[in-house]
Design a protein around this ligand. Sequence first.
Ligand SMILES: [Zn+2]
Length: 160
Amino acid sequence: MLVVNGRWPGRTLCLTAAVHGDELNGIEIVRRVLYDINPGKLSGRIVGIPIVNLDGFRRGSRYLSDRRDLNRHFPGSPDGSLAARIAHSLFAEILVHCDVLVDIHTGSLGRTNLPQVRADMRRPEAAEVTRGLATSSSCTARVPATCQTRGAGPGHRRSP
Ligand SMILES: [Zn+2]
């Protein structure tokens, strides 16, 4: 875990990557953001966790060694499966202390992902955060998810 404390008070941003252990791009993104940020110009704090799923990362696998998808087990449980316990530990010990979470995913072997942001757009603060991210579309993170290409009308909505 990497932490940069800014010179000025402010909110806490958490960046996570490799919840799916074979999604490698986010690891370097988190590392570069945390190492390149100038704390003297920062308000608040940035917490970076480059590899959440260390078990999957070590084996080059999307999943944990018990074949569970860690991304499907948040907020987790202290008494559940390996996935539930890892999710609970991350959620209860780190994420609850963050104001904003950006969880970076990428396409992995055999998968293609278009750049997108998923958030609960019903929450004004979540919608505001997505405006600063350079993607071509955003998704409302509930089931079923709906997406809209930026600048496009309702005719360009799609489901991921
Ligand atoms: Zn992923």
